[in-house]
Design a protein around this ligand. Structure first.
Ligand code: ZN
Length: 415
């Protein structure tokens, strides 16, 4: 890679490191990390914005970046290193008419349309492309399911080997997906956090590339691409508010990072208000925001993709939310399941509970009159509902079979 293309900057101590050698965490901060606290030393990838924008007005710069698929803002040398599968470029739908919003606009960006049906493909694709350029053939990840199935699928398409550590209780659909893609699946009798730590130990021991979220700074770089797409899809006029499901704090940091890149290049003037939506049952990011000491509250939620005890990108996510006046909101499992049903029935989009949390957050803020009239709002849907059918079983009812007669059909159809 061009030596001057990027540097790494520590989120916590601010130390900068040259970008030509890959790094996971800031070595100065990493030594103080403890298993029961969010890691310090997560690195932000910083580009030479002055050089990218030099001699171009914003129209020319935007056109150039769109043409190069933002390669100047990615930590890889060639677009051809990315998977041939279609990652990103997911659709945006205006769903305002389905929700009686009285002048308010509501859009949905449907990232369940990625190759493995989740937002995580954005990170896996970039990590895999970087590994390919460095001729690394094995990539390891810990996951609650989506990141693992994503890595497995992307690696299958790139001829790389994936090793995935998951908590044994992860939903069967995600585990099946990982195995079907031919990855080595390691179920861990413990929590996601234990699987995470074990995967790091194994990577270190055998020199594998590790895709763990936030620990690998390029996961944030992959996830930021959603902001570039929104910039194009809304022709520079961003929604005022974006609702993002939050677990580890990496997706929300990715969304912020993409917009921050655009701000630094003068392509947008203001940061949208980003609302991080957490499940009240597992709210370790929201509940510790702006607190002096971090305290874990172990909990459960039907939204397994955002059930996290120790948010791996806690400090960066909080810094972004603080700096750009974002906010966190908590929603109950009941509100999530209700939103899941509403979304499916009204729009034809079947999202997993963690994704539907973004709609639950929007509806809650609307009920609280915290959303200005006539504002434009966007929900990020991060994963397909087919990934976790068990979670929504309680909200559906399967009728008893009938005999194949018109009379019986009339009865069941109430006609
Ligand atoms: Zn540091």
């Amino acid at each position: 890679m061009d030596a001057g293309k990027l540097i790494f900057r520590c989120t916590d101590c601010g130390q900068e490191y040259p970008g030509h050698t890959f790094m996971y965490l800031c070595p100065a901060c990493e030594t103080g990390n403890r298993a029961w606290l969010p890691p310090k030393g997560v690195l932000k990838t910083v580009y030479n914005y002055r050089r990218i924008g030099e001699g171009k007005d914003s129209g020319l710069l935007a056109a150039q970046l769109q043409k190069s698929r933002y390669l100047e803002l990615l930590p890889i040398q060639h677009l051809k290193s990315l998977p041939r599968l279609k990652v990103g470029n997911t659709p945006v739908y205006n769903v305002s008419q389905h929700f009686h919003l009285e002048g308010m606009q509501l859009f949905v960006k449907d990232d369940s349309q990625n190759p493995t049906y989740s937002f995580k493909d954005r990170a896996s694709a970039l990590v895999s492309a970087y590994a390919r350029e460095k001729e690394i053939t094995t990539i390891v990840a810990a996951s609650t399911g989506n990141a693992g199935s994503s890595l497995a699928g992307i690696c299958a398409s790139q001829g790389q080997k994936a090793i995935v550590f998951v908590p044994a209780k992860a939903p069967m659909a995600k585990l099946t997906q990982i195995l079907m893609y031919g990855a080595k699946l390691v179920p861990v009798d413990g929590t996601y956090d234990q699987a995470f730590d074990l995967s790091m130990e194994v990577s270190k021991e055998f020199g594998f590339f590790n895709r763990n979220t936030a620990f690998n700074p390029f996961t944030i770089e992959g996830k930021k691409t959603v902001a570039f797409e929104l910039f194009e899809q809304f022709v520079g006029k961003m929604p005022a508010r974006i609702f993002v499901p939050v677990g580890d704090g990496v997706i929300i940091s990715g969304v912020y990072k993409g917009f921050e890149d655009l701000l630094k290049l003068g392509l947008i003037e203001t940061m949208p208000e980003i609302v991080g939506v957490q499940a009240a049952g597992s709210n370790n990011l929201a509940s510790n925001f702006q607190k002096a000491t971090f305290a874990i509250k172990p909990g459960v939620t039907c939204a397994d993709s955002i059930a996290v005890d120790i948010p791996r990108n806690f400090y960066m996510a909080c810094q972004f939310v603080d700096k750009y006046n974002g906010r966190f909101i908590e929603v109950s499992d009941e509100e999530i399941l209700e939103a899941s049903t509403l979304l499916s029935r009204n729009t034809g989009l079947f999202a997993e509970p963690a994704s539907a949390a973004s709609l639950a957050g929007f509806l809650k803020m609307k009920t609280q009159n915290s959303i200005p009239e006539k504002s434009t709002n966007l929900l990020l849907l991060t994963g397909s509902g087919l990934k976790d059918l068990k979670a929504v079983q309680s909200s559906i009812k399967l009728a008893e079979p009938i005999s194949a007669t018109l009379q019986e059909a009339k009865k069941i159809l109430e006609l």
